[in-house]
Each structure stands twice: as C-alpha cells, then as structure tokens.
Write a protein that binds this ligand. Structure first.
Ligand code: FES
Ligand SMILES: [Fe+2]
Length: 406
C-alpha cells in the first residue's frame, strides 16, 4: 500500500521553480505512484492510424504496467482494450503490430472478436456467461491520423486538444503515410529525467551538434521564433499555404509550427529533405516543423517529408523505454525515395546523446549530496511547465484519495 501521506509531504518539500526532491527520481514507491497517478490518468500518444490500415490490424503496447491493444474493427473503427484475458489475465497479443481475425489468448484459447466480445471459451461451467467476460475497453481518441489512449475510466477532457490541434495537423494527411521505422531505447534513468531532458534545448548546442544544424536550439520557446521578422515572414508564408502555426496549448498538451534554421528544410543531418516525396498538403515541403507534445510522455514533429514521434514509458524507478517512430508517405519507396539510415540518422544520434545525458543525470541525482537546483526561466520554461504539471496532477490524484480523517 502506497504511503500517500509521505508523497504529499515530499511534494510539499519542492521549492517553486526547482527540480523535485530526490525521491521522485529514485524511489520505488513513487515510481508505483507515477504509474497509477500519472500514466494511468493521462492521455498518451501511441502511434498512427496508418499502422492499422485494415480490419483485424492490431497494435499492442504497454502503458505503465498495463498491456493494451488497439484494434481496427470490421466496421473500420478503432477500439482499444486492456490486453489482459478475462480468464486468468494472460496478455493476449504480444506487443507490436499484427493482423488477426479474432484475438485468441495463447494460454487456454479464449477468443474475442474485434469488438472485444468473448466468442469462444471451452469447458467452462454450465452457468458460465460469456457476456460477463468481454475485454475491458480503454478510452481511445484520434486526431488527424494520430492515436491517443487513456487507461482511466474518467479521462481528462480531450475535446479542446482535438479541436485546436486537428486543423493544424490535418493538412499533413498522416492517414496517407506508413511507419517506415520504429526504434526502442532503454535508458537507465527515471522517466521524469528523460522527459525533463526532452523538454529543453539548454543542453542542445553543446550536446547535439547534428541537431543544432537545423533545430533552432537557442530559441526561447519552441512554438515561436525569437526574432520577430523571422516569425512574421514564416507565418505569412504558412498562411498562404493554409497551414496554421499556433501556438496553442492546454494544461497537458501544446502544439506550434516553427521555422527551422535558415536555409534548412527538414530535421536531417544536412537540413535537406531525406524523403523524396512529401507527405500531405505541404507544397514543396518547406513548412518548418509542427511540433506537438503531451504530458507526461511524448513529443512529435510533422515535417514536409516525414513525421517523427517520441514516447517515454517508465519500466522501473531508474529505467525508461523510449520508442521512436518515423512516418513517411505511403507512396515513398525504400531504397528509391528514402533509405532507413538517412531517415533515422539524426534522431538516432540525438536519442543516443540524450540517453547519455539522462543516465548521467540519474547518477548525479542519486548522490547523497544532491540538492534540487533551480531551472532557467528562459531556457527551461518547458521543463518547469512539465514539473509543475506533474506536481499538480499528483496533488489532484492525492486529493481524490484523501482519507476522511486527514
Ligand atoms: S488466461 Fe486467457 S484463456 Fe486462460
Ligand atoms: Fe536532447
């Protein structure tokens, strides 16, 4: 049983504008709390509709401690379920993509249709009622070809994010794409250190020489250009193409289109597109980057030639699995229009560099001498936003579980 009073007391110890007390980055009890209070209560970006192009396609993954599966039904609708058999709980679909007419549990072959209905369970008692053992649904929403799940029975309101972000992403036509590559990386660091690192570019100029070629690493806010004339010229050019720039944001999400460094057109090693075919209504593809990010775990970039998503899933107090996906136009032919090494090189390098930083951060944070330091209001404003959001979300969860005597 988690000692919620202890977590409350630790939250109270955090100084405004500063990193969290050490326990938030190391403690198994807080890790378990995060899985339920944060990952269990938030919307997560899990992938693209293009990954499930036809009925029977499934995408299985694990959110926190819960395997889940997204299924394309015979009616073409997407649904999601807890990927845990209603017999004795075995995981039904292995993590990853597959295509199958029914979901059959590998343990005793209970079978569910694509809508999660139990349709076969042999040798059960005469009074066994299959209708009481359908798969448990998981909340699912989509925005312009991207898929979001929330494990909670009472998910945070989604409509605002959908309504504001959909017109920004829709021109990219992600449903006409295909995931060309997916990579996973195990980082020996608490998920919050992985995400704090992902929310700032204070470290970029020195640690990411390749990313710095195209990514405006010195910019104050990722949604807006620092220099007014750059912003205005870019916004006017995007408006002509019918591409909104925002930025727009809610408590747990943010989105904005921003210009890349002058003379560069995509987030690649040399700034030139790495896919010969553009994806969506993006003209010649010189459309900056539409970046969107969800607390607690993800960010993504839609460029003229590809879309990149990054998702961090906690697996242990000091271990996080990062999943990266690259989506390109479905018409693009590997070896002709793009190659996997060219498509993935920049983010592969960047993610590996970030792993070194996060693991190094973890080693120092574990120290008996660690004292949480202050964030730069200018260079780490999005880290501050993330950590403040985390504290607010944690307090909300604790408030709902406050004992009557408290
Ligand atoms: S646990 Fe799935 S059929 Fe037994
Ligand atoms: Fe980084």
């Amino acid at each position: 049983m988690t000692d919620l009073a202890r977590i409350r007391a630790l939250l109270d110890q955090r100084r405004p504008g500063h990193a969290l007390p050490q326990e938030f980055y190391t403690d198994p009890e807080i890790f378990a709390f995060d899985i339920d209070a944060i990952y269990g209560q938030s919307w997560t970006l899990v992938g693209f509709e293009a990954e499930l192009p036809s009925p029977g396609c499934t995408l299985a993954l694990t959110i926190g401690r819960s395997p889940v599966v997204v299924v394309r039904g015979r009616d073409n609708a997407l649904r999601a379920f807890f990927n845990s058999c209603r017999h004795r709980g075995a995981q039904i679909c292995a993590d990853g993509l597959s295509k199958r007419p029914r979901l059959v549990c590998p343990y005793h072959q209970w079978a569910y249709d694509l809508q999660g209905k139990l349709v076969n369970a042999t040798r059960m008692a005469p009074d066994f009622n299959p209708a009481e053992h359908n798969l448990r649904p998981v909340a699912l929403r989509t925005i312009a070809g991207t898929i979001y799940l929330c494990l909670s029975d009472t998910p945070p309101a989604f409509d605002d994010f959908h309504d504001q972000f959909e017109p920004m992403l829709a021109p990219h036509q992600l449903h006409l794409g295909k995931v060309a590559f997916e990579a996973t990386l195990v980082e020996k660091a608490n998920w919050k250190l992985v995400m704090e690192n992902a929310r700032e570019c204070y470290h970029c100029a020195t640690n990411h020489p390749e990313l710095s070629v195209t990514f405006p690493v010195g910019r104050r806010s990722l949604g807006m250009a620092e220099q007014q004339h750059v912003t205005e010229t870019f916004e006017a050019r995007m408006a002509e193409q019918g591409l909104p720039t925002g930025p727009v944001e809610g408590a747990w999400w943010q989105a904005g289109r921003f210009p890349l460094n002058e003379g560069t057109q995509s987030l690649t090693m040399d700034g030139r597109p790495c896919v010969a075919r553009t994806i969506g209504h993006v003209g010649n593809g010189d459309v900056g980057s539409l970046r969107w990010a969800l607390e607690p775990h993800s960010f993504a970039h839609a460029l003229g030639d590809y879309v990149f998503m990054f998702s961090a899933m906690p697996t242990a107090p000091e271990e996080t699995v990062v999943t990266a996906k690259w989506l390109v136009s479905a018409d693009a032919v590997e070896g002709v229009d793009y190659t996997i090494p060219q498509l993935t090189e920049l983010w592969d390098k960047t993610n590996l560099q970030d792993r070194v930083l996060a693991e190094n951060n973890q080693r120092g944070v574990r120290s008996a001498g660690f004292i949480p330091g202050p964030y730069s209001p200018e260079a780490e404003s999005l880290v501050l936003r993330f950590v403040d959001w985390y504290c607010g979300k944690a307090r909300e969860y604790l408030a709902e579980r406050r004992p009557a005597s408290d």
